[in-house]
Design a protein around this ligand. Structure first.
Ligand code: UGA
Length: 439
């Protein structure tokens, strides 16, 4: 099949590369000429395990190319995916200007029957909006169909998630369009669900909001655990054995970041309100999440008797492991609170440091976890990268000024660290009374 994918961001590039790998002819379109150039040279503008190899292979075998020419690419293709950004406006509502622009350009270039598939995360009703824009701008009365095909891939495992999706949702009112998209996805042999347009649009937000809700829920439970001497890790584990609850996304910690959950929950609250319904459920999910970095820094400050001139080392900056993405990363807020209270900050992340340097150029960036620990009064685990799992804590203890460990992701065994002489604080993991006063 001849496919155009408009918007070579995370979703667009991974989708394009995977469709090419399945044997389709794919054109990736982006307005950024540098990005287009990099893609054509086999360089991915994002850090995503496995993507470089897949891109290079499909470029070499001439199944994929990138261009800035949307009209030209659209004319050549039967299926056009829209995968452009929908950044939030100040009030939380997604800004659809890029989706609108693409729809206009597709309309103007329409030269035969096309299926326009929307993969960008958009509020319910956007499919109809795209249809109207194309109708208004088409120069000849060619037919077309609009399909909603939400994307569920996660950063850091985007290629895997695209090859093995849990489900493929195809929302359209026209069986002819549905059949074509089913054919496109058939080689993946994954469960497919065909719905109408608004149903598919809601599935995406409802899924992300529910996952965010699970995280805020377990974080609220973690706060209670801390007050009463309970361990949230065990609470979550026991809850997770119930298949009605499930074990995933019950990891208490610093909360959710990234380019999706915070933005999507805000957007969903906005949509719900727009249709005259009560958004307070979603607002509470966000409020619990927003409070977490502040609460966490307070714990560090209490332990160190204030943060002025104390040195705090951060392990991990990315919003989660296996990505260099720091959008809405908890590290940004933690850093802000630490600096506001007068701390000196040292940090290390395997790939996200250049991105963070653009926001906080003046903190000390280190080459390893051990360098971060040098002279630190507290060490803070922010992102649970694999390389932080098996650190040599004996060595770290000797490097630090005071062996205080704040585990923002409950990565470590509290007993082991306490035995090694650390003051250990985990989220929702009460200290046994005997070690209450630390060392
Ligand atoms: C999320 C969804 O998981 C994807 O299905 C969806 O396609 C994507 O948003 C999107 O809408 O584009 P992503 O933002 O890449 O994917 O990251 P997740 O792995 O879902 O993690 C989000 C945040 O939640 C991270 O900051 C992570 O540390 C945090 N988290 C996750 C927790 O605090 N606890 C958990 O138990 C799980």
């Amino acid at each position: 099949m001849k496919i155009t994918v408009v918007g070579a961001g995370y979703v667009g590039l991974v989708t394009g590369v995977v469709f090419a790998d399945l044997g389709n002819e794919v054109i990736c379109v982006d307005i950024d000429a540098h990005k287009v150039d990099a893609i054509n040279k086999g360089r991915t503008p994002i850090y995503e395990p496995g993507l470089d190899e897949l891109l290079q292979r499909n470029l070499e075998e001439e199944r994929l190319r990138a261009t800035t020419d949307l009209a030209g690419a659209g004319r050549e293709s039967e299926v056009i995916f829209i995968t452009v950004g929908t950044p939030p406006r100040e009030n939380g509502e997604p800004d659809l200007q890029y989706v609108d622009e693409v729809a206009r350009a597709i309309g103007e270039a329409l030269n035969g029957y096309k299926i326009i598939v929307n993969k960008s995360t958009v509020p319910v009703g956007t499919g109809d909006r795209v249809r109207q824009i194309i109708e208004q701008h088409r120069k000849e009365p060619h037919e077309f169909d609009v399909v909603s095909n939400p994307e569920f891939l996660r950063e850091g495992s985007a290629v895997h998630d695209t090859l093995y999706p849990d489900r493929i949702v195809i929302g359209t009112d026209n069986p002819r369009a549905a059949r074509k998209i089913v054919e496109l996805y058939a080689p993946l042999e994954r469960p497919m669900l065909i719905t109408n347009l608004p149903t598919a649009e809601i599935i995406k937000y409802a899924s992300n909001a529910f996952l965010a809700l699970k995280i805020s829920y377990i974080n609220a439970i973690a706060d209670l655990c801390e007050r009463v001497g309970a361990d949230v890790v065990q609470v979550a584990k026991a809850m997770g054995y119930d298949p009605r609850i499930g074990a995933h996304f019950l990891q208490a910690g610093l909360g959710f970041g990234g380019s999706c959950f915070p933005k999507d929950v805000k957007a969903f609250a906005h949509s719900v309100q727009r249709y005259g319904l009560d958004p307070s459920l979603y607002e509470t999910v966000l409020a619990i999440n927003e409070a977490r970095p502040r609460q966490f820094v307070q714990r560090i400050a209490e332990r160190l008797n204030g943060l002025r001139d104390k040195t705090v080392g951060l392990l991990g900056l990315a919003f989660k492991p296996n990505t260099d993405d720091i959008r809405e990363a908890r590290s940004i807020e933690i850093m802000r609170h630490l600096l506001q209270e007068g701390a000196q900050v040292r940090a290390y992340d395997p790939v996200a440091m250049p991105n963070m340097q653009a926001i906080y150029p003046h903190i000390t960036y280190c080459k390893s976890a051990y360098e971060v620990a040098e002279g630190a009064d507290a060490l803070v685990l922010v992102t649970e990268w694999n390389e932080f799992k098996q650190l040599n804590f004996e060595r770290i203890k000797h490097l630090m000024r005071q062996p205080n460990l704040f585990d923002g992701r409950n990565l470590y065994d509290p007993q082991r660290l306490r035995k090694l002489g650390f003051y250990y604080y985990g989220i929702g993991r009460a200290e046994p009374p005997s070690s209450q006063n630390g060392l």
